[in-house]
Design a protein around this ligand. Structure first.
Ligand SMILES: Nc1ncnc2c1ncn2[C@@H]1O[C@H](COP(=O)(O)OP(=O)(O)O)[C@@H](O)[C@H]1O
Ligand SMILES: [Mg+2]
Length: 334
C-alpha cells in the first residue's frame, strides 16, 4: 500500500546542507499499522511531509496504492492527497462549528451537497463513538472526544491511508487508550493502512503491527514488532525497558549479563541454570516481562559472581533459547 524507496531529502539551511532523510526505504502492507519512532530531529516530520506531498524528495520515490506520488499535479495531486487522511497531535477543530460541521468540512470543500455531507458526517461520528454529540461545539468536548472528531474528519473523504502524527501526545492516559483503540477499530472495520509517527513506546506496544526506528534520517531497525523485539537491538531495550531504579551497581569482580527470551523460552529457568553452572547463586539485578504483539518477552539482568565461567554461562543459556548480551552502557545505572 505504501512504498518508500531510497528516499532522501536535503535542506539547505544557512548555507549548509542538512540531510533530513538519507536513503529511507520502507514498505507498509494493506491494512497494516506501522509505527515510526525516533528522537526529535530524526526526520519523522520530513518523512510525513514527503508522504503527504507537502515536500518534494531530493531523490527516491513514494508510492501510495500503486501510484508514484511525485510528479502528480492538478486534479491527480488533489486525488492523491484525498487518499490520505491526516490526524495530528491537536485536532485543530473550528471552534465556531459543531462537531458535525467539523467532520463535514472536507466534504464541503470537495463540493458534496449539504444533505449528503451531513448524513455522511453523522455516520462518521457514530463510527468514532460520538453519536449524540453532533451539535456540540469543540469547547464542550473533552480532549479525547476532540481527537475522535478529528479522526472522523480525516475519514470523511474515504481515504485508503491514515497518517497519524503524534496522535496521542497531547492526551491523558485514558483518552490515549480510547484513541488508540479507535484507530485499531477503524483499521479493522475499514481496512485502512495506518502509519503512526510517535515518540511513545506505549503506542507501539498497544497499536502497531510493525515498526521502524528512524535515527539521523536513516531507518536503523524495521520489521514486525515480534521480529524487531527478537532482534535484541535498541527497540528491544525501549519496548521492554528495565526499571531504572532497580539497576543495581555491580560489586567488584562481578559480571553483568542481559538475558532476552521470547515466546516459550520465557518460561525456562535461566537464572537457576546460570547458578548451577557457576556453582553459587546468581543475583537478578533487574527484570521485565511484557506481552508484545501477542507474545511474551522477558529481559533479565543478572550478576555473575567474581571468578564465574562467563563463557560457559553464555553458551549454555543460548543453547536453551535465550539471547545473551553484555549490558548496554546507557542502560546501566551509574
Ligand atoms: N525546512 C527545513 N529547512 C532546514 N532544515 C530542516 C527543515 N525541516 C527539517 N529540517 C532539519 O531536518 C532534520 C529532521 O527534522 P524533522 O523531520 O523535523 O525531525 P523530527 O520530526 O523527527 O523531529 C532536522 O535536523 C531539522 O533541523
Ligand atoms: Mg517532528
Amino acid at each position: 500500500m505504501i512504498t518508500v524507496s531510497h528516499l532522501s531529502k536535503e535542506f539547505v539551511s544557512a548555507g549548509r546542507n542538512v540531510r533530513a532523510l538519507d536513503d529511507v526505504s520502507l514498505s507498509v502492507a494493506d491494512a497494516e499499522i506501522h509505527g515510526i519512532v525516533g528522537q526529535s530531529g530524526a526526520g519523522k516530520s520530513t518523512l510525513v511531509r514527503c508522504l503527504t506531498l507537502l515536500e518534494t524528495p531530493s531523490s527516491g520515490t513514494v508510492t501510495i496504492d500503486g501510484a508514484d506520488v511525485a510528479g502528480l499535479s492538478g486534479a491527480e495531486l488533489q486525488n492523491a492527497r484525498r487518499s490520505i487522511g491526516l490526524v495530528f497531535q491537536h485536532a485543530n477543530l473550528f471552534d465556531a462549528r459543531t462537531a458535525l460541521d467539523n467532520v463535514a468540512y472536507p466534504l464541503e470543500i470537495a463540493g458534496v451537497k449539504r444533505a449528503e455531507r451531513r448524513a455522511r458526517a453523522a455516520e462518521l461520528l457514530e463510527l468514532v463513538g460520538l453519536k449524540g454529540t453532533e451539535s456540540a461545539y469543540p469547547a464542550q468536548l473533552s480532549g479525547g472526544q476532540k481527537q475522535r472528531v478529528g479522526i472522523a474528519r480525516a475519514l470523511a473523504a474515504d481515504p485508503k491511508v491514515l497518517l497519524c502524527d503524534e496522535p496521542t501526545s497531547a492526551l491523558d492516559p485514558n483518552s490515549t487508550a480510547e484513541v488508540l483503540q479507535l484507530i485499531r477499530d477503524v483499521r479493522d472495520r475499514l481496512g485502512l493502512t495506518v502509519l503512526v509517527i510517535t515518540h511513545e513506546m506505549s503506542v507501539v506496544k498497544t497499536l502497531c503491527d510493525s515498526v521502524s526506528l528512524l535515527q539521523s534520517g536513516t531507518i536503523v531497525e524495521t520489521g514486525s514488532v515480534e521480529n524487531v523485539v527478537a532482534a535484541n537491538g535498541q527497540l528491544t531495550r525501549q519496548l521492554v525497558p528495565l526499571p531504572a531504579l532497580a539497576l543495581t551497581p555491580l560489586r567488584a569482580g562481578e559480571t553483568a549479563l542481559d538475558i532476552l527470551a521470547v515466546g516459550e523460552a520465557v518460561d525456562r529457568p535461566f537464572v537457576a541454570e546460570a547458578s548451577r553452572i557457576v556453582g553459587s547463586d546468581v543475583a537478578v539485578l533487574a527484570g521485565s516481562i511484557e506481552t508484545l504483539a501477542g507474545g511474551r518477552v522477558s529481559r533479565l539482568r543478572v550478576a555473575l559472581p567474581a571468578g564465574a565461567d562467563v563463557a560457559a554461562v553464555k553458551s549454555t543459556l543460548v543453547s536453551q533459547g535465550a539471547q545473551v548480551s553484555d549490558p548496554v552502557v546507557s542502560e546501566v545505572a551509574a
